[in-house]
Write a protein that binds this ligand. Structure first.
Ligand code: SF4
Length: 358
């Protein structure tokens, strides 16, 4: 049997700040703050936490002038590119660009129309900034929304293409597109269709996906299909949860597809009747201890000696528990020691420190 490598769809390269998007660049992880943007202290603190979690570009809501005025200070105090999320107002969109936002995200469905878009597009082109044309099934332009001959996916594509063509008329080349919906099949269909027609880089996501459990699953299903098809240059997992969880989920999706790696990858068995040890408790302790590690390390926490030694030996650090509650520790594929139950976590942490310093 032949396994095919994922082939990236060819998209053009744009930049958001100093981060390349598309044109074969690594798929970029994004998130969005959930604080009030005008509360600079809270916004900066959250952006720094997001950056530590692996967020590479952050978006902030700019719903009014107070939020707009906060942008320069937020930008000066944080280290990742900043995107201003704008709805309804071309003045806020051009204001954010003038105040130094690395990019803006606008929604064609509520900006007012192509004339208003033209004002924003000309401003972005003049300043050399990027614009995300973020089409959302919940807020399509009236004209497109009421077209009963189009499916939801087709409406998303139609709206996105209208604005890509308009951007080109205004010589705005730094654009990317998203077409989000809660409906996974409609979203997948829209992105597939769009990417067969156009080389604009794509920001992929499933919108309003839900809480950590259902949202991460819906996102993994939708984004898994798209990314496996080679579609998607940057992504956000939208969750009703602290945004750091969105970043964790995004990295887990990229890791699962062998597209990018960052931090600790954990292999753990589901535990079964062969196992007397509390695998779940050990796993959560290990996760707590490893959550700030950025180096790519694979860890295995295995409940018994059936699959345990094999998986543990394939990891950078692995433990195969035994019936007495203790376990065998593996480092880089080599069995290094037998550990008593009360020493397991400490032994793991010592092995992690060794691995981190290598
Ligand atoms: Fe059960 Fe052992 Fe497999 Fe874990 S590794 S699921 S305990 S057989």
């Amino acid at each position: 049997m032949i396994f095919h490598e994922r082939k990236m769809k060819t998209t053009r390269r744009i930049y958001v700040g100093n981060v390349p998007i598309g044109g074969g660049a690594p798929i970029v992880v994004q998130s969005m703050t959930k604080t009030r943007t005008e509360d600079v202290r809270a916004a900066v603190a959250q952006i720094r936490r997001l950056e530590a979690a692996g967020c590479e570009i952050v978006r902030v809501a700019v719903p009014h002038k107070k939020a707009l005025r906060a942008l320069p200070e937020i930008k000066s105090k944080t280290g990742i590119p900043l995107i201003a999320d704008i709805h309804f107002s071309k003045e806020l969109a051009t204001g954010a660009l003038e105040l130094g936002a690395d990019a803006i995200r606008i929604n064609p469905g509520n900006l007012g129309g192509l004339k208003e878009f033209g004002v924003v597009a000309r401003c972005a082109a003049r300043l050399g900034r990027a614009v995300r044309i973020g089409v959302n099934a919940g807020s399509l332009e009236t004209e497109v929304a009421k077209n009963e001959n189009l499916s939801e996916g087709e409406k998303l594509v139609r709206s996105a293409l209208n604005y890509v063509e308009a951007a080109e008329r205004y010589k705005l080349t730094q654009i990317k597109v998203s077409m989000k919906s809660f409906d996974v099949p409609a979203t997948v269909a829209a992105y597939r269709e769009f990417s067969s027609l156009c080389d604009v880089p794509l920001h992929v996501g499933i919108t309003e996906a839900g809480d950590v459990f259902s949202g991460a699953i819906r996102s993994a299903v939708g984004l898994g299909i798209l990314l496996s098809d080679g579609i998607g240059d940057t992504l956000r997992v939208s969750l009703t949860a602290p945004p750091e969880r969105e970043v964790e989920a995004a990295w887990e999706i990229l890791r699962s597809l062998n597209l990018r790696r960052r931090g600790v990858e954990i292999v753990s068995c589901p535990a079964c009747g062969r196992c007397d040890a509390d695998v779940a408790r050990l796993l959560s302790a290990v996760k707590r201890k490893t959550k700030n590690i950025t180096k790519n390390i694979r860890i295995a926490v295995m409940g018994c000696e059936v699959n345990g030694p094999g998986e543990a030996a394939g990891a950078d650090i692995g433990i195969a528990l035994n019936r007495s509650g203790g376990g065998t520790l593996f480092q880089k594929g080599v069995k290094t020691k037998k550990v008593r139950s009360e020493r397991i976590l400490d032994a793991f942490i010592e092995a992690l420190e060794d691995a981190e310093s290598m």
